[in-house]
Design a binder for this molecule. Sequence first.
Ligand SMILES: NC(=O)c1ccc[n+]([C@@H]2O[C@H](COP(=O)([O-])OP(=O)(O)OC[C@H]3O[C@@H](n4cnc5c(N)ncnc54)[C@H](OP(=O)(O)O)[C@@H]3O)[C@@H](O)[C@H]2O)c1
Length: 334
Amino acid sequence: MKAVLCEQYGGPEVLQLEDVAVPKPGPNGVLVRVHATSVNPIDWRLRQGMLRAIMPVIFPVIWGTDCSGVVEEVGSAVTLFKPGDEVYGFKDGRVAKTYRGTYSEFAVLPESALARKPASLSHEEAASVPLAALTAWQALVIRGRLKRGDRVLVHAGAGGVGIFAIQIAKAFGAYIAATASERNQDFLREMGADVAIDYQHDRLPDKISGCDLVLDGVGESVWASSLSVMKRGGKMMTLLAPIPRDGVGKLRFYGRAASHMAVWTVRATLGGKRILLTQGKPLGGELEKISSLIEAGKVRTVIEQTFSLEEIAAAHRLSETGHVRGKLVVRVSR
Ligand SMILES: NC(=O)c1ccc[n+]([C@@H]2O[C@H](COP(=O)([O-])OP(=O)(O)OC[C@H]3O[C@@H](n4cnc5c(N)ncnc54)[C@H](OP(=O)(O)O)[C@@H]3O)[C@@H](O)[C@H]2O)c1
């Protein structure tokens, strides 16, 4: 099969299309013929070696997390899927040293990571959903216990996670403020934000206050201002713990009331407000819930650009600008 093989950490040029053997599924594995994948920032962070201190790999690896495709073969213990089923899901790029991801014509994913592809979506559309939408779902619904009437602030509302976060919060009946640059202000409102905030020109406290939940897809630079617009008892789910060079550093304190925080379990309480590190987990059961929202017309995807597998380096370069609107998709096979 064709796959994008990586022999070392480095720039987009280390992504090389090669012929490799088709993998075999283990007992709980599902071999998927990948029709499409997408690019998530974790893909190029792993490619650059930014996480090597805590998640070293043994080269060569195949990066790529999301996929949508058709089941080719199932392991002996698999009960939920059979050959021919159309599925989508994501493979956690942070767990295995010998990672074999979805930038390839076939990929093995655990049965537990997959869900049936929504019939209304093409494979290309479906491949843009799993990691970003599950991250948004797990941050807001599972960790944040999102409920009707909550006031929610979504940072990076125009990005992959942000578009799903806004729509999921809307589907739950929340009041939503979201941040993006000037060019994306109308887009945020189209996604369902009640208040669009221009992070270059607006002050957060002039636009929103009393937030129950904040979803931070930007990083530590927005923590202080976010804490100032949260109510007591509010939670901020951050998707980005500051990455220490040695992998064991400590976070700064935010005011005297802050408890001590270890970097990989960011958990701080400041004046009754909490900061929680959230990581997207590949759970097919939760993806089914997102499928239901998609089928009900409450959640849709937005794809800025589609690439071929040969163009994967260009897709990484674009993602690395940090200014993609919605998602980047990569066509793998038909
Ligand atoms: N912990 C986890 O499990 C997990 C999971 C998924 C993602 N993440 C991380 O969360 C972040 C967001 O992920 P993503 O997939 O949504 O990334 P993305 O699609 O690359 O985000 C791009 C968006 O970020 C916006 N943006 C850039 N700088 C901003 C700022 N200062 N304030 C507000 N918006 C800004 C851009 O809007 P403009 O063009 O308008 O500036 C753009 O639309 C990434 O860093 C990713 O690595 C973590």
